[in-house]
Ligand binder design. Sequence first.
Ligand code: LIP
Length: 268
Amino acid sequence: MTPDPGALLDLAVDVAHEAGRLVRDRRDAVDRITVSATKSTPTDVVTESDTAAEALIRRRLLSARPGDGLLGEEGATVTGGSGVAWVVDPIDGTVNYLYDIPQYAVSIAAQVDGRTVAGVVHNPASGQTWAATRGRGARLDGRLVRESGCDRLDRALVATGFGYDSARRAAQADVLRAVLPRVRDVRRLGAASLDLCGVATGWFDAYYERGLAPWDLAAGALVAEEAGVLVEGLGGAAPGPEIVIAAGPALFPALHDLLASLGASRDG
Ligand code: LIP
């Protein structure tokens, strides 16, 4: 039986809020969060909160829906048989969390046969929650949101982000150097899921980034799409680790063509 996206979203929101309470309480309890491990580079950090939150999310989701699959940033991988798979980033924006910068999110997406049908992005620091099911719009704290409608690159406020690898960062800086004089301004806030929700909400006119993982992207991309944002790679490709470009339809072509001309989907 095809699961109801609304029921999947209700579960995801409930679990994201519970994980958000865990993450926030741990952050508030200490002056300094300790790094428990690093991944791709010494600056790609994991905290015990990341691990604890992913364990809570896995436990809650799979006890509610035992046959589902799950893919988590911190290593939770479950092959399910129900056709529903969860894509989880327990703390997106971990460096912000480490530094107590209130720009991090619990991101949970439900996919049916590989397509995201429900997603929640919850910022435990601000309490804000973006939620969407496919075809039913995107909401911030229950209020419908819509992309800005910006149609001029030189008036666009553009969010972006950078990887952890220094060679990739150098290439991304070269792209940024060319983009910066062509747009209104740039913002780098450190959490892809919140950047995508920011475009959905009209806080940014566009976002691009190379190197995102599925868990950074899944829920935020659905929120953005349901707010009228195009979320794609280059040349009509699906968004993914090569590059994610997110903008309303009036702005997307100009940003896409600029990034394509700069080779933004390659490392130099
Ligand atoms: C983060 C992304 C962000 C990127 C950061 C980092 P993490 O994910 O959400 O867009 O610019 O470098 O990768 O590592 O905090 O889950």
